[in-house]
Structure formats: structure tokens, C-alpha cells
Design a protein around this ligand. Structure first.
Ligand code: ACM
Length: 675
């Protein structure tokens, strides 16, 4: 009896009631009602599925059980789920009214009820039920010996129907496993659109049986076979994700025109040829919209591409046609005159409109980057907004203009994760900013948004760290209520979510060590890791200014590739500086000066490491500048010595100069504040 009481006490104390704020949920659900009590997880835990769901829920529920088992090590007795209503006594009951369609505007809502002895997920469609399972996994808690769920009632549904991620597989090819692990991560963040950029100036990435030349000549052997495409589309479907292919035309066409130069717009002496591009940038290669053969080739390409993708949308790109080849081609200029086209936009609209019936054959609607939005463009098209900043958008950018003009539209400006901008900049970028007044119909045309992972500077090694965890913040912006904007809460939850993403195979944490080990020449990586927590890769494409430093075959195994946005120690230092500036207590001073001492030692450690690691050399100028400034600041703050303001300012600016390592010191802003 005494033993029983102690046991009861231990269990009671260690399953202490948690608060809503302590839950590490992402995206944050619409309604949460947490009450006292817990559901204890045991190896007897069983799952039962009722209703009329799509078979994907059995795969989803099995994956859920395996992930739960992987995390807890309980050897759960629940095996693979195969049949409806086999286990009416099961602890987890999933009920889906009907088969979910992988389309936008599908009902993705769910209700999750956890009591002390039963868990219920109710959803209209299996897609909602899949979301409910992700939420349930995020709710798992533990004490020192066991796992449990809190007693809670959640009802949830997305704010926006389009919650996408675009991956550019053209600039740097991204193999099947990269795509699959990112689909898993997307599903865990309740994202539902995968936009696959399959062709660009630097490569053609999709096998076409009727056009083998495309992959033979313009892929360097790196492309998806049709079987792989089908397999990925199925994998995405099982996770509730719609796949939208993009074949970028009429610009961004160097790879296509490398194989079919006869449909290009270039004029000149002799045989016209096009090269697959090895640099980044905007190139001239543009399809000839006046040539009937152009539409024959595109039509037969679409004949093969469309059936691989069951969804209703096809992205034709349409961006950044610089018009140079059109302007230089007399026959194209004459064609414009003959058709009363005022400018190249009119000509591009003519071209776009010719694609609509080709796509209609396969029940596909056209989607394109914002440049396709011209006066005569079909209102059936989806406009994909991408240019400028969010402020630009508020001033009447493409998203708002499209919604007001009667187009459905998707936002990607503000969600360009390849720009290496902060978590906060993406998180606070609302598709419907408060300042913008739109009618209910106009608002409804804003379908949502898409994170854009352009791949000029990513390989399989670093791509995950550019997508995650920032895309989780974008997923929350697109799913959760607009009032969910607290950065402290986001950062706190993201720490746990990052580990959950890693559990799904995302390599954003672990590959940092892989990169640093190479830089260190297989020596101790601690100093490099410490320095990486102070540095961020150059932003806004400055790393590859002009697009010529990093070619498609250049190394992306460098210090900048190990660094990420929101450098953790820079955030900590900023907190310390703010505290010190508002209260110059001995304690606050000590916290700040400890950073300086650490950075001086760090510089010595990096110098020592560099003696047998050439890749460390490019870091040394920046670490020396930081160390020199730290020494002066220590003299000033700790020793109360007089230090020349000019010397300080010179040293500070040295901390702000372009580093040969293509990173910037993320502590610069806080140091400046301190001075
Ligand atoms: C784009 O970034 N060119 C759509």
C-alpha cells in the first residue's frame, strides 16, 4: 500500500499539468482547450479508422505509429494499418467522413479530442485526419520514465488553402530522396502544395520519351525519370500534398533551346546554337512566339508532362523574359506590328494564351509568375506574385493587383528563403496585410503563399538548412490565425520543431557538422561551430553578386554554407547588450564582457586550427577584427581605460566589411548599438 501511494505520488507529480504556452505546436492551431489530466501512452496503444477515407490514411496512420514508436522506443504492438474498423476498442479512433481530394479548397479541418483513456480525431476528409495526427505527435510529453498526451480539445483548419514550397531542381538537381524528405517535412507543417521547378537555363530535369534530346543534351545526366516522377507524386498524395510542375517558358529557356535551337528567337550568321548555362543570372534565350513549331514542341512536351501530374494546375513560369532576342529579331518585330502588339508584354500574352488550350486538354489551368498578368490574360490563370518587398506589395504589388483584377493569386515575395533573410521577415509577411482594404471576394482570391527555394547556391548538402526551419514559420503564417505573431513564442517552439524535422530526415542540423569537419580538415570543429553561431551568409544574393562567383559546379561546402540566418549567439548577444544599455549593473556588464573574452579566445583557436586547414584562412580577417574590437571594448568597459573613438569606429567598420568567407558578422548591429 505504501509503495502504491509513492508510485501514485510520483506519477502525479511528474505528469504535472502543462500550460498552453508550453506546447510546442506548429502551425499553431485555431482553437485549443487544455484541461487537467493526461493520457498515458503504453505499448498496448492501438489505432482504429472508421468512415469512408481514402486509403492514404492507412499509410498516414502507420507512419504516425512508427514515428511515435521511434520517438518513445515502446515497441508499440500496433502493426501496419490496413483495414477500416478492425479494432473498435482501440485508444485512438480516427473517423473520416469521406475521401479527400488532393486539390486546393478541399476541407482540411480536423478535431482532436484527448481524454484520459481515449483519443479521437474527427475529420471531414482524410486530409484533415492527417493534420490531426501531426498535431497529436507534437503534443507528446514525457516525465522521467514515461510518455503521455495532455487532455485537450483542439479544433483546427487552415487560414489559407495554398500553403506551398517551391523547390528549384533545375539550377542544382535535387535527387528523389531530397524531395521525399522535404515532402515529409512539409506534411508535418501541414503544407499542401509542392511546386516543382523542373526546367531552367541551367538544366532540363524531366525525362521525356518523345524528346530524349532534352535530357541527353541539357541535364548533365541529372534528371527524374517518369517512374521517379510518378513515385514522388504518389508519395506526395499519401501526405496530402498537391504537386505542381513548372516548365519555365518563354524565357529561362537555355536548356530547352540547347536541344531545340530551331524554336529560339536568336538571329545571326550561320547555325544558331544555345548553351546550357553554368552561371546564375538572367539570360537571353527565349522561345520564338511567332514560330508554329514552338507550339508543336511545347504541345508534345505538355502531352507527356501533364498526365504525370494529376492536379489541376500547370506552372508555365513566364518570368524575367528580358526581350533582348525578340527586340533583335526583325521577323518578330514585324509580327508585333502586324498584330498591333504595342510591346513585348502583348507578345508574351499572345504566347501564354496559345498555351491555355494545350493545357485544357488535360484539364489543367495555367499558373505563372506575375509577369503573365497583362490586360488580355485569361482570368482563369493563377498569378504568382514574387517581385519586390512586402512594402512594395502594400503599395499595390502584383498580389493585390491580381486579386483586385479578378485573378486567383499566390504570394511568394517575402517568402524567398534563398535570400537568406531572417525568420522574422518571413513570419511577419502576411498575405493580407491589415493596411490593405479588399472586398470579401478579392480577399478570397488570395489563395495563400509559397516559400521559394531557388537552387543557385544549394546542393543536397545544404538545401535543407536553407528551407528549414524558416519554412515552418511560413507554414504557420499561412495556416494559423493572423493574430499569431509572437516572435519569442515562435523561436521557443521552433527549437523543438527543428528536432522534429530532423526526426523526419531533414539534415539542416546535422549537415552543419559535416561541412565544418571538412573545413577543419577533420580536426576539432568547436571553434568553427562557435564562430558559425556569430555569422550569417551574405543576404539578398550579395554572396553571388553578378552570378559569376559561384557557377553550377562550384563548391557549396564552405563556411557560408554551414552558417544560417538568425545566428544564435548574435541573438543572445543582442539580448545582453539591450540589458546592459538599460541597466549598467555589474551583472549585466559581466555578461557582455564574457562575450568579448570568448571572441578573443575564439580568434586564437581559429588561428591555431588554420595551421593545418587552408579552408579556415578566409575566416581569419573577420575573426581578427572581432577580436581586436573585443580587446578595445574590454579596456573601455572593464578596465575603464580611455579608448580612442576613431579606433573603435574603424574596428567596428572592419567587422562590417565583406569577408572573403562570404559571411557577415551578425553581432555587428549590437556592437554598433553598444558604441
Ligand atoms: C523569379 O524569381 N524569377 C520568379
Amino acid at each position: 500500500m505504501k509503495y502504491f501511494l509513492i508510485l501514485l505520488f510520483v506519477t502525479f507529480v511528474s505528469n504535472a499539468q502543462i500550460t498552453t504556452e508550453q506546447l510546442n505546436l506548429m502551425p499553431w492551431p485555431q482553437n485549443i482547450k487544455l484541461t487537467a489530466g493526461t493520457f498515458a501512452l503504453s505499448k498496448k496503444f492501438k489505432v482504429n479508422i472508421t468512415g469512408n477515407p481514402n486509403a492514404r490514411i492507412f499509410i498516414g496512420a502507420t507512419n504516425f505509429v512508427r514515428r511515435l514508436d521511434g520517438r518513445t522506443g515502446l515497441f508499440l504492438e500496433q502493426s501496419f494499418l490496413t483495414k477500416v474498423n478492425e479494432r473498435p476498442e482501440a485508444e485512438l479512433q480516427i473517423n473520416c467522413v469521406r475521401n479527400g481530394k488532393i486539390e486546393i479548397n478541399e476541407d482540411e479541418s480536423y478535431q482532436l479530442i484527448i481524454t484520459s483513456n481515449k483519443i479521437t480525431i474527427n475529420a471531414t476528409s482524410d486530409l484533415g485526419a492527417l493534420h490531426g495526427l501531426e498535431t497529436l505527435l507534437q503534443l507528446l510529453q514525457n516525465n522521467s520514465t514515461a510518455y503521455y498526451f495532455p487532455v485537450v480539445e483542439i479544433s483546427d483548419s487552415p487560414r489559407f488553402t495554398w500553403r506551398g514550397l517551391m523547390i528549384d531542381a533545375a539550377r542544382h538537381f535535387q535527387p528523389v530522396d531530397v524531395i521525399k524528405r522535404n515532402l515529409d517535412a512539409m506534411a508535418s507543417m501541414k503544407m499542401n502544395v509542392f511546386h516543382w521547378h523542373l526546367a531552367d537555363d541551367q538544366g532540363w530535369r524531366i525525362e521525356l520519351k518523345n524528346h530524349p534530346k532534352l535530357t541527353e543534351l541539357a541535364s548533365d545526366g541529372n534528371f527524374y525519370t517518369q517512374e521517379e516522377i510518378k513515385n514522388i507524386v504518389k508519395y506526395a498524395d499519401e501526405r496530402g500534398i498537391l504537386v505542381i510542375p513548372e516548365i519555365d517558358v518563354p524565357g529561362h529557356a537555355s536548356a530547352l533551346l540547347n536541344a531545340y535551337p530551331e524554336i529560339g528567337s536568336k538571329v545571326g550568321e550561320g547555325k544558331i546554337t544555345y548553351e546550357v548555362q553554368r552561371n546564375s543570372g538572367i539570360f537571353n534565350a527565349t522561345l520564338d512566339p511567332t514560330n508554329p513549331k514552338t507550339y508543336e514542341v511545347l504541345s508534345s512536351i505538355f502531352d507527356e508532362v501533364c498526365p504525370l501530374f494529376p492536379g489541376s494546375y500547370f506552372h508555365i513560369g513566364g518570368d524575367e523574359n528580358n526581350g533582348k532576342e525578340w527586340n533583335a529579331n526583325p521577323a518578330i518585330q514585324q509580327f508585333k506590328k502586324d498584330n498591333n502588339f504595342v510591346n513585348n508584354h502583348d507578345l508574351q500574352t499572345y504566347f501564354n494564351m496559345k498555351l491555355i488550350p494545350i493545357l485544357k486538354k488535360y484539364n489543367k489551368k495555367l499558373m505563372g509568375w506575375e509577369e503573365i498578368m497583362t490586360e488580355n490574360m485569361s482570368k482563369d490563370a493563377i498569378i504568382h506574385a514574387w517581385r519586390g518587398t512586402n512594402e512594395g506589395q502594400e503599395a499595390g504589388g502584383a498580389l493585390i493587383k491580381a486579386a483586385k483584377s479578378g485573378y486567383n493569386t499566390v504570394l511568394s515575395n517575402g517568402y524567398y528563403i534563398d535570400l537568406m533573410l531572417s525568420l522574422e521577415s518571413h513570419y511577419l509577411n502576411d498575405p493580407l496585410p491589415k493596411k490593405i482594404i479588399l472586398s470579401p471576394e478579392e480577399k478570397a482570391r488570395v489563395l495563400g503563399g509559397e516559400a521559394a527555394m531557388w537552387s543557385e547556391l544549394v546542393t543536397t548538402l545544404n538545401i535543407d538548412s536553407r528551407i528549414w526551419p524558416r519554412t515552418a514559420a511560413i507554414a504557420e503564417r499561412l495556416w494559423s490565425d493572423e493574430s499569431v505573431t509572437d516572435m519569442n513564442s515562435l523561436r521557443k517552439r521552433l527549437k523543438t520543431i527543428s528536432f522534429r524535422l530532423e526526426e523526419l530526415g531533414i539534415t539542416h542540423i546535422r549537415n552543419k557538422e559535416v561541412i565544418l569537419r571538412n573545413i577543419s580538415n577533420n580536426q576539432d570543429t568547436r571553434a568553427l561551430n562557435d564562430f558559425s553561431n556569430l555569422c550569417e551568409p551574405l543576404k539578398n544574393y550579395k554572396r553571388n553578386g553578378g552570378g559569376k562567383k559561384y557557377r553550377m559546379h562550384s563548391p557549396l561546402t564552405l563556411f557560408a554554407d554551414a552558417c544560417n540566418t538568425d545566428a544564435s549567439e548574435a541573438l543572445d548577444f543582442n539580448v545582453a547588450v539591450n540589458a546592459y544599455l538599460s541597466d549598467k549593473s555589474k551583472e549585466n556588464k559581466g555578461v557582455v564582457t564574457d562575450f568579448f573574452k570568448k571572441w578573443i579566445t575564439l580568434n586564437s583557436d581559429l588561428i591555431a586550427l588554420s595551421s593545418n586547414a587552408p579552408l579556415v584562412q578566409p575566416l581569419l580577417p573577420l575573426s581578427k577584427s572581432l577580436s581586436d574590437l573585443s580587446e578595445q571594448l574590454l579596456l573601455l568597459i572593464e578596465k575603464k581605460q580611455k579608448v580612442s573613438q576613431t579606433v573603435l569606429e574603424d574596428l567596428l567598420e572592419k567587422c562590417n566589411t565583406r569577408s572573403p568567407a562570404d559571411v557577415e558578422l551578425a553581432v555587428y548591429g549590437s556592437l554598433k548599438k553598444l558604441l
